[in-house]
Design a protein around this ligand. Sequence first.
Ligand SMILES: Nc1ncnc2c1ncn2[C@@H]1O[C@H](COP(=O)(O)OP(=O)(O)O)[C@@H](O)[C@H]1O
Ligand SMILES: [Mg+2]
Ligand SMILES: [Zn+2]
Length: 327
Amino acid sequence: MNESLFQEAFAKVQKRRLDAQLEQERRTIEISKAIPQIAEITRQLAQTSIRIMDVLQKGMDTDKQLEAIRQENLQAQSLCEKLLTDHGYPADYLKLHYSCPICNDTGYRQTEYCDCLKKEIASAAIARMNRKAQVNLSDFASFSLDYYKGRTIDGKDCYQAMRNIYQICVKYAENFSESSPSLLFYGKTGLGKTHLSLAIAREVLKTGKDVIYDSVINLFGQVEKEHFGRSNSEVDTLDMLLQLDLLILDDLGTEFDTAFNASLVYNIINTRLNRGLPTVISTNLDYQGIRNRYEDRIVSRLFAVYNCYEFIGTDVRILKKRENSPA
Ligand SMILES: Nc1ncnc2c1ncn2[C@@H]1O[C@H](COP(=O)(O)OP(=O)(O)O)[C@@H](O)[C@H]1O
Ligand SMILES: [Mg+2]
Ligand SMILES: [Zn+2]
């Protein structure tokens, strides 16, 4: 697992190249059975380099003879194509078909990474972060509304409130798109904010979207390391956070209260809103806590633009413990 993101991504691109070559070999065998005439022409074409060497060695009338070989080859090739289409195959059936026509699955354009390789590096980074956060542990099916039944907080019915939130989360994950709104989950600890965030991450990931779920502490730590050059990471985490399809930031407010972190919170919230990209944030702070902690421009964006949901109830961890050891 110490393999670098680059190696992981590069191996994928190389595998595509190999697959393309294997597929060509498979097709060649298939066609040599289906259209034996093509197999014969291919054998002749394979002799081309030997014939060229021969011409060059003899050194007589070289240009004319090479041109003749070239013409013959072209004719043989168009004959093959005609035979293929006559038999109902596409004319380019025997050519190499790479997934990325820009770099032919080499991962490079001249000395630069091709976009297909960059995309693989980013997905490897996303997969790795989500693996760390164990996105698979919580899902909608294991979320029970029973824990909120028969409880009221400040006159509000916990079950009603949480059922509403649960249904909104399920629909959000189901219908997720680039134009989905941003969500803010706030409320005391142990009420299911992380659980539902993970459930959303899991469902949206399944649709092939780029999603990162992680705690603010982990993500900001990584960004800070890269910012101060203490990391030789191949990805720019901040860049990624600013352009992902869905960013799920857990435990806002647990990061150190530094100027760097405050500007990061603002940058992420603001840039993603400007780009119209949805973000899901959860925090154990209540409204007053958020106001005390963050500048007005952050508070106003969170409460005016995000859809905000207050989680209410009794710490589910405690309720589960009671279930397991009834008095
Ligand atoms: N409604 C629920 N049904 C089942 N498990 C829950 C529910 N709410 C929370 N949990 C579980 O209780 C623990 C704490 O919940 P968590 O989502 O981390 O709370 P929060 O993020 O609000 O502090 C987790 O293990 C979570 O899976
Ligand atoms: Mg949590
Ligand atoms: Zn490419």
